[in-house]
Design a protein around this ligand. Structure first.
Ligand SMILES: [Zn+2]
Length: 320
């Protein structure tokens, strides 16, 4: 085997509600091929599973045609994921209900396979290859339509006893706040997700539902000095700081990495959030607060890391 070590690759897929990001990745983290495919979730979960297996099989074949040796497959999916059993338990976006995706992949491709949760593998990639690299204890927080996190210690993301670790979006930050999709009032993601920021602005502006203002626009208008946008943005910053302070109290990380759509606001988010988090630190040590570095490739790279971990190959990245 040792003469083939440099030819080894894993097949990685990050399955989202609308598209799949796919790649062949070497053990050193170098991506040698990328592909994107539509998920076609409207066709139903069985068809999506068929596409996942076809795409994974196709990538393995292309690797072999290029003289490479596929050694494992990693797949990231949204929703509730039982990583130990390799089952996509539930997904609102893709419609999965107890799909044994790992075993289906093993059977179809004849390769070891690993299944992971999209945010957790994204955090894994940011912690090992991206903005948290070399810092050991990392909390990755993805802020988009919702808010979710991954706690990564020395390159391993905590999954939880029921596959549901990291739901920082459902920490209650405003008991009298808007009701969350989960049914409780005042969850962090009901107050400070990109979707919530847009909703709040529209509400205060007496908004027209046909012309929604995005969180990015709220950030821009706040930076331009518009009072209403500044108020909404600052409310979101304060709520995020409360959520991150709770995260820091629990996990005492070295680095908090912010990803997801809202992190694209860059310093308009990071600078005031750093200040607000600083105010909340008492005896806790203040973490570095940084923007994610891998963009929308994080999930795919994280899926590759899961695949490498599944076959015990970790001869890459973690060089400090
Ligand atoms: Zn909630």
């Amino acid at each position: 085997m040792s003469d083939r070590v440099s030819d080894r690759v894993v097949v990685a897929l990050d399955v989202g509600g609308t598209g799949m990001k796919c790649a062949l990745v070497r053990p050193d983290g170098v991506v040698v091929r990328t592909e994107r495919h539509p998920t076609g979730a409207a066709r139903g979960p069985a068809a999506v599973v068929g596409t996942i297996l076809d795409v994974a099989g196709g990538l393995a074949d292309k690797a072999r045609a290029d003289g490479l040796t596929p050694i494992a497959v990693g797949i990231a999916v949204p929703g509730v994921v039982d990583e130990a059993r390799g089952v996509a338990v539930w997904s609102a976006n893709v419609g999965f209900r107890d799909v044994p995706l790992r075993d289906l992949t093993v059977r179809r491709l004849g390769l070891p396979a690993a299944l992971g949760h999209d945010v957790r593998v994204g955090g894994l990639a940011e912690a090992r290859l991206g903005a948290g690299r070399g810092t050991g204890h990392v909390l990755f927080v993805a802020i988009g339509t919702g808010i979710a996190s991954a706690h990564v210690v020395d390159g391993t993301a905590a999954v939880g006893a029921h596959g549901a670790a990291g739901e920082i979006g459902h920490i209650m930050v405003r008991p009298d706040g808007p009701r969350c999709g989960c049914g409780r009032p005042g969850c962090l993601e009901a107050v400070a997700s990109a979707a919530a920021i847009g909703r709040r602005y529209a509400e205060l502006a007496g908004g027209t539902p046909d012309a929604p203002v995005t969180a990015a626009e709220v950030a821009e208008r706040a930076a331009a000095g518009e009072p209403l946008a500044s108020q909404v943005w600052q409310e979101a910053i304060e709520a995020l700081a409360d959520g991150l302070a709770s995260g820091q109290a629990l996990f005492d990380v070295a680095t908090i990495v912010l990803g997801g759509g809202l992190a694209q606001a860059g310093d308009r988010l990071l600078a005031p959030l750093r200040a607000a988090l600083h105010e909340r630190m008492t005896f806790h040590r203040e973490p570095q607060l940084v923007a994610a570095a891998l963009g929308d490739e994080a999930g795919c790279l994280g899926a590759a890391l899961l695949a490498l971990d599944a076959v015990g190959v970790r001869d890459h990245q973690e060089k400090r």
